[in-house]
Design a protein around this ligand. Structure first.
Ligand SMILES: C[S@@+](CC[C@H](N)C(=O)[O-])C[C@H]1O[C@@H](n2cnc3c(N)ncnc32)[C@H](O)[C@@H]1O
Length: 280
C-alpha cells in the first residue's frame, strides 16, 4: 500500500491517480437508479474521497461518510470537502476490517479500488454488509481485471526487456484477482449478497505508458523492485536499475504505439449487490 500513502502526504494522489475518479464515476452511475435523495452512504477506504464526492450530490437529503485508515488521506479529503460547498459529506479515520458503526446503519456502502488480498476483500465486504440495512446496496470498483490490456502490455514489455538483457521469460502477469468477476461472485455469495451487476468496462483515453507502469508498480512495490526482479539484478545495482528502467519505458512506449495504436484503455470491474431484505 506504500505507493498510495506516499502520494497523500505530498497531496499529489488526485493527480497521479486521476483515472480512479473515472472508476468512481462509473460506479456511481451504475447504482444511480437505485438511489434515493435521503440515503446514508459509507465510502470504505475512501482515500481522498473520489466515490464519496461522486455520490454526495445524488443524496442531498442524506449523508456521505468516507473512512480511511490513513490520516493524511482524511486530511486531504476533508480539505476538498470544505472547498466543495457540499454540506452532506464528511471524512474520518477508520479501519475497513473493523468498522466503528452499529449493524444496519447505512443504505449504501461503496468500496472504490480497495486493494488488498482476497482475505482483506472478504473481511472488508463482511463489514460493509454488516453495517448495511436490509435491502442496502454494496458497490465495488476494481482496476486491472485479469487479462486486461494494461497487463497484456506490461507483460509484453517485461518479455522484451528480459530478452534484450539476455534473461529468461518472466512469469505471465494475470491482473488483479480481486477484479475477477468470478471471485467477486464468490465473495458476494459467501456474504449472502445478491448480485445486481458485475461487469468489466474500459476507460478509453490515451494513457501515458509511464502512468500505466505506475499502476503496476502500485502492486509490485516499486520500479526498482520490478526491474531488479525481471533482470535478476543484484540489490542496489543502481546503474543497471536505471538503464533497465529507461529500456522499460522505451520498449513500453513502442509496444503502446505499435500494438495499441498509442492508447491503452484502462479496464475496471464494477460490481453492485444488494443485502437481502429481512426474511427474504
Ligand atoms: C488505492 S487507494 C483507493 C482510495 C479511494 N477509494 C479511491 O478510489 O481513490 C486504497 C486505500 O485503502 C486504504 N486502506 C488500506 N487498508 C485500509 C483499512 N484497513 N481500512 C481503511 N482503509 C484502508 C488506504 O489508506 C488507501 O487510501
Amino acid at each position: 500500500m506504500g505507493y498510495y500513502l506516499d502520494l497523500y502526504g505530498p497531496a499529489i494522489y488526485d493527480v497521479f491517480f486521476d483515472h480512479g475518479k473515472e472508476g468512481a464515476r462509473v460506479l456511481v452511475e451504475t447504482i444511480r437508479e437505485h438511489l434515493r435523495p435521503d440515503m446514508q452512504v459509507l465510502d470504505v477506504a475512501t482515500g481522498t474521497g473520489f466515490a464519496a464526492f461522486e455520490i454526495a450530490p445524488l443524496v442531498p437529503e442524506g449523508y456521505v461518510l468516507g473512512i480511511d485508515i490513513e490520516e493524511d488521506a482524511i486530511l486531504l479529503a476533508g480539505y476538498k470537502a470544505g472547498k466543495s460547498g457540499l454540506r452532506n459529506i464528511g471524512f474520518r479515520t477508520g479501519d475497513a476490517l473493523s468498522l466503528d458503526f452499529d449493524d444496519c446503519s447505512f443504505d449504501v456502502a461503496l468500496g472504490s479500488q480497495t486493494f488488498g488480498d482476497i482475505d482483506f476483500q472478504k473481511r472488508s465486504l463482511a463489514e460493509m454488509v454488516r453495517v448495511l440495512r436490509p435491502g442496502g446496496l454494496v458497490g465495488l470498483v476494481r482496476p486491472h481485471p485479469p487479462g486486461c490490456k494494461v497487463y497484456q502490455a506490461l507483460h509484453a514489455t517485461m518479455l522484451e526487456l528480459a530478452a534484450r538483457h539476455g534473461k529468461g521469460a518472466p512469469d505471465p502477469l494475470r491482473g488483479n484477482p480481486a477484479a475477477d468477476p468470478s471471485v467477486i461472485a464468490d465473495l458476494f455469495a459467501q456474504s449472502d449478497v445478491i448480485t445486481l451487476f458485475c461487469e468489466q468496462f474500459a476507460v478509453a483515453g490515451a494513457r501515458d505508458f509511464a502512468r500505466s507502469t505506475l499502476n503496476l508498480v502500485s502492486q509490485t512495490g516499486s520500479m526498482d523492485k520490478l526491474v531488479t526482479n525481471i533482470l535478476g539484478l543484484a540489490e542496489g545495482d543502481r546503474e543497471s536499475i536505471i538503464t533497465g528502467t529507461l529500456d522499460w519505458l522505451e520498449i513500453g512506449q513502442k509496444i503502446r504505439e505499435e500494438r495499441y495504436g498509442g492508447q491503452i484503455d484502462l479496464e475496471f470491474l464494477i460490481a453492485v449487490g444488494r443485502k437481502p431484505e429481512q426474511g427474504a
